[in-house]
Design a protein around this ligand. Structure first.
Ligand SMILES: Nc1ncnc2c1ncn2[C@@H]1O[C@H](COP(=O)(O)OP(=O)(O)O)[C@@H](O)[C@H]1O
Ligand SMILES: [Mg+2]
Length: 580
């Protein structure tokens, strides 16, 4: 039932603005005290500014002989006190807001990275890592605006408006009511209307900005293809179109902002005029003194600071809440596979797969983190869950090389990912030495496997450190031995700094085959009981492949090796071959 509700809610789109705010505020519980202090100081500062003007009014009235409530010297002392307090309070308010914001950003980053760690690798397996990067960088950064410049302005506007309503209402209840109406207009009605109108263009701006970014990156990465197929003109036109579209929307947003500022100023002016009219009417009727009428007008026009600030806020609020929504989505995303802990560490012996069924189910979120909920829901509906493995059974005996052969897309890589427990099977069992994979601690399991994926990732670091990823404390002798087995040592020695050469300096000049051989060297260095090789020699010439395969044969005495390939020639060294 709860699941269904959740689904329904997701179908209705993202959470409401209010829910996002509550969620974001929920993250700051430890800092709530400082936040209250910031709000109090903000209120005091803004009231000091307002009463500075009001006291000025009293000073003039006293000089004119229309007011006798306070000595002139008292008024001037108060003026100085308020002026100094105003500056100090403003500074203290900003300082505590930023303290909160940066403490919080650190906390949120921490939580986001923890969430990513739990989601990896199954939920991060897709191709749209760009979305994740934008959550980690710009979305979290934008939340600073929320914590430092959104929550407390709202609280301050509410509190100061209530106090000013009471102050003016004390002069005459009708004037208090009038003031309240205008505070609500400026602080709530105008921002909400503008927020509604501006949100579509705001979203459009963000989208086209993202599209332009992608286009520029594509042009950089795809430079060779563009040149080869003569697509320069076309790509240039496309980029120019996107740029002018962005400019158009940006202009539209600017015009909206100006219109909003003009409206706000107009309404504030109207408030002053109406307050003047109402208070002079009341004064004429004897319900107010002339001095009180004047003070009411001054109090009205000088107290819009906090509420007017809200109207500027609504322009960014939509972006901020959208960012907050994506961050909350990510934090609430459930991992597909939970690590097993506190069970057996041992995994040795034959691998057995019995009647395994598997489909990639979670297509709605596969690599789509941070996407709009509605979009996710739509995708989930259109995507069928094609079964990759159905009723798959196999046995891989220890101390031998098992070839796995099959055409592209038949599920060879998927099988290895299941054996690594990157995903869980739906039916059937996988066991190591008779122990169910669900009974083996996940860290121990993966530590006992050397897994060479289809794409070796190299860090921007030296070759030595890139190899040591597989074994942090490896000696130089061990590195060389592993590199020799992977037939990459000779290549490394031709590089200017040998093992100290930084990969980033080589850039793309390192070939696919060299990259693959570094990946294989890592696996040899890791020296685990199980060695899973996913098309390890697909980019490697036959001479080097021969050398690597011979190394594998020498290793098989105390290892279980699974060798995936779609090439029959590679299978020559295998003790048995499974056709998938
Ligand atoms: N993370 C994933 N999410 C959804 N579908 C996937 C994912 N990875 C692979 N697939 C699909 O599963 C099928 C088998 O993929 P794979 O095991 O990589 O094949 P092989 O390694 O045999 O070429 C393919 O149709 C592929 O598109
Ligand atoms: Mg594959």
């Amino acid at each position: 039932m709860q699941r269904m509700d959740k689904k329904k809610e997701r179908k209705n789109g993202s959470r409401s603005a209010f829910a996002v705010m509550l969620g974001l505020i929920g993250m700051i519980k430890p800092l709530l005290g400082i936040m209250c202090v910031a709000i109090l100081m903000g209120c005091a500062g803004n009231l000091a500014a307002t009463f500075l003007t009001i006291l000025g009014g009293y000073a003039l009235l006293t000089v004119a002989g229309l007011y006798e409530g306070m000595e002139l010297s008292v008024i001037f002392t108060l003026l100085i006190v308020f002026a100094v307090a105003r500056g100090i309070l403003r500074y203290a308010e900003q300082a505590s807001n930023h303290y909160i914001a940066f403490k919080l950003l650190a906390r949120i980053r921490h939580r986001v990275f923890a969430a990513l760690r739990a989601l990896a690798p199954a939920k991060l397996d897709g191709s749209r890592k760009g979305n994740l990067i934008s959550i980690i960088t710009s979305d979290i950064e934008l939340l600073e605006v929320f914590y430092a410049h959104t929550i407390s302005p709202i609280a301050i506007a509410v509190i100061t408006s209530v106090i000013m309503t009471v102050f003016i209402g004390n002069l005459h209840p009708a004037l208090g009511a009038l003031a309240l109406v205008f505070y609500v207009m400026v602080g709530l009605v105008i921002p909400v209307i503008n927020g509604r109108r501006g949100s579509a263009s705001g979203q459009e701006y963000r989208d086209s900005f993202g599209a332009l970014n992608t286009c520029v990156l594509d042009n950089l990465y795809g430079l060779e293809e563009i040149l080869q197929y003569g697509r320069q003109e076309k790509r240039m036109t496309q980029m120019a179109e996107q740029t002018s579209h962005l400019e158009q929307i940006s202009g539209q947003l600017k015009r909206q902002e100006t219109a909003q500022r003009v409206t706000t100023d107009g309404v504030i002016l109207l408030a002053g005029v109406l307050m003047a009219a109402a208070s002079s009417q009341l004064a004429a009727a004897g319900a107010l003194t002339g001095a009180q009428a004047l003070i009411a007008v001054i109090a009205m026009v000088s107290s819009f600071g906090p509420t007017a600030a809200l109207s500027a806020l609504s322009n960014n609020l939509h972006h901020t809440l959208a960012s907050g929504n994506r961050v909350l989505d990510l934090l609430e995303e459930k991992p597909l596979v939970y690590d097993i802990d506190g069970k057996a560490d041992a995994c040795k012996g034959d691998i057995r797969c019995g009647n395994v069924n598997f489909a990639y189910h979670d297509k709605e979120t596969e690599g789509q983190l941070g996407k709009d909920m509605q979009e996710k829901a739509n995708m989930a509906e259109s995507a069928g869950d094609a079964e990759i493995l159905s009723d798959f059974s196999a046995q891989f005996a220890k101390n031998s090389i098992h070839g796995i052969l099959g055409k592209s897309g038949c599920g060879k890589s998927t099988l290895l990912k299941l054996l690594m427990r990157f995903y869980e099977t739906e039916h059937g069992e996988i066991s190591y030495g008779g122990k169910e994979i669900g009974e083996i601690n996940t860290t121990a399991l993966r530590g006992n496997i050397s897994y060479v994926t289809q794409e070796t990732f190299l860090f921007h670091d030296t070759i030595e450190n890139n190899l040591k990823v597989a074994k942090a404390d490896a000696t130089r002798e061990e590195l060389i031995a592993a590199a020799k087995k992977a037939s990459i040592h000779d290549f490394i020695m031709t590089l200017p700094d040998g093992y100290e050469t930084v990969i980033a300096e080589l850039g793309t000049s390192i070939s696919g085959g060299e990259r693959q051989r570094l990946g294989i060297a890592r696996a040899f260095l890791h020296d685990a009981d199980y060695l899973f090789l996913d098309e390890p020699t697909s980019n490697i010439d036959s001479i080097n492949e021969g050398m690597i395969l011979r190394s594998l044969v020498r290793e098989k005495e105390d290892k279980t090796i699974l060798l995936v390939s779609h090439r029959k020639s590679t299978m020559g060294i295998a003790d048995d071959v499974l056709a998938m």
